[in-house]
Design a protein around this ligand. Sequence first.
Ligand SMILES: [Zn+2]
Ligand SMILES: [Zn+2]
Length: 685
Amino acid sequence: MAMVQSMQDVNSYRDLNWEGSLSDYLHIVDKNPKVARTAFQRVFDLILTYGTEEFTEYKKKITRYKFFEDPFENGKDAVFGLDVHLMKLLNAFKAAARQYGTEKRILLLHGPVGSAKSTVVRLIKKGIEAYSKTPDGALYSYAWLKNDLDDTRGIFGTANEIRCPMHEEPLRLIPLELREKMLGHINKNLSEAEKIILEGDLCPACRYIYKELLLCYKGDWAKTMEHIKVRRIILSEKDRIGIGTFQPKDEKNQDSTELTGDINYRKIAEYGSDSDPRAFNFDGEFNIANRGLIEFIEVLKLDVAFLYDLLGASQEHKIKPKKFSQTDIDEVIIGHTNEAEFKRFQSNEYMEALRDRTVRIDLPYITKLHEEIKIYEKDYKQGRIRGKHIAPHTLEMAAMWAVLTRLEEPKKANLTLMQKLKLYDGKSLPGFTEDNVKELRKEATREGLEGISPRYIQDKISNALVGEMGAGCINPFMVLNELESGLRHHSLLKNDEQRKRFAELLAVVKEEYEDTVKNEVQRAISADEEAITRLCSNYIDNVKAYTQKERVKNKYTGQDEEPDERLMRSIEEKIDIPESRKDDFRREIMNYIGALAIEGKQFNYRMNERLHKALELKLFEDQKDSIKLTSLVSSVVDKDTQEKIDVVKSRLIKNYGYCEVCATDMLNFVASIFARGDIKERGHN
Ligand SMILES: [Zn+2]
Ligand SMILES: [Zn+2]
């Protein structure tokens, strides 16, 4: 077993470090033309490698690319809730891979601070690195070997081997006049999408060596090529191969050498001229990112003077290092920008040329609650947070608030913001169809471009986790309080009005939390199946007697009695069945039971959702008094009540994810709500 393992390692090491002659490489290309793909073709294929899923939303087919779940680091950089936007990005890659024009554009990821822009780029960087290590994603470059050349012209200086500083595609060594024939041969059996595209000339450093060697060999190309060693390359940001990043510093400090390379002053003395390519470091970000991808962080902060570099790089696939002629590049250029910068950009006339040459991909904040929750669940997986429990609904409530701050107030008067959030989240509301929801989305054009970022939420949850509050467990209130107090110093808020609105939305979330836990306690109390079955059969017996105008046998006394109208109504009222509709409701149930009986089946309360709910509520009401939840608020609890409370608590722990601490806290909280309710009711009387 271990031997096989080590043999495989040796094999893969040998593959990853493959070296050979140019003619060996031509054999590889012949067998597998994919090795010579352009950077855009490579990125597009990479993303497809991980497969897709399809689903329908608002009657439109959406493709989800599993690549964005981050298969490289177990979901660490997974992107959630942006399927539609990522589809647009993929379409841009596809068009660029097929040379429909997008390959001449800068891909501009646009969204608010803290949206998934840099995560998306980071993922692609990780992806192309990993892909280049697989047989499917293999790619090659070359080095010049001195061999036994009598180097009277001093081409190699003191070196025996010079690698192409821009890790170019070896096929570029083939003279232009031969290329067409060669490409025709390789491409003849390939589909349009797979065809190899070969553009551009050697980089200045290689062109120099090439020409000098050709001179030595009096124009013999084959002899010149004997100095070529083709080698497999692995793209790597750390090693500065095929992956580059550029972040403009403040405007006065920008230097084009960071993009296109710099003179090596030490070597000018050696080679006598600053225009000798051997006295130049082709190590700008554009140079080293050749074959892969260059990321421009906050690209719109780029000094106008360097815009030309950027425009040339995208439009012409050429860069211009100081003192040298145009140099061909093949790389994906992807920039990102936040909202504020983008607005300035749109009104800046100097930037007009750039505006024309970008493909904008919006990456807004998430507006679907369940997708937003995934972000925090990923961050705070149990086990990652040692020694602390996170109470149920804590992450959910924080996420809910974040999403609410991003939504625009609905124009429909009969719809609250919370209801809109639920509609977006895929919940149904009476009177709202899918088309209505689509409409809502349409009318809110700035949705997701403003509001609270996931980063703020993450920071505040972390604060709550390290805080002194809570005995080993944090609950929604601790996090909501953190979120609220942070608002005072939040630097990204526009004005006090926004601050006030966001604070108000916290109150909306707290209300929703009250409802959620009230429901949960109700369900935990009435989770007693036996009791609910008993209540159900009691109800059905009475309804049957009522509809058939019979009497009911009292199980204790054996006496026939009138149907218990009070019992039936107390259940029906729980689901708002008015006196005038009660006969219909009861008849429907009896008809249903009758139909079942014909098929030989027996009725069970789970078959009728409304009745089920009514029974639960009724049972809760009956038990609420018997376990005196409200008495929890006072500190004196009798033994009998305590036992019942313990049963409910253990259900909360077993079935709802609570721990001892948060189950107690939550029950106290719900008790206080009911106590408040009791006072209100008493006030009515
Ligand atoms: Zn080169
Ligand atoms: Zn807990």
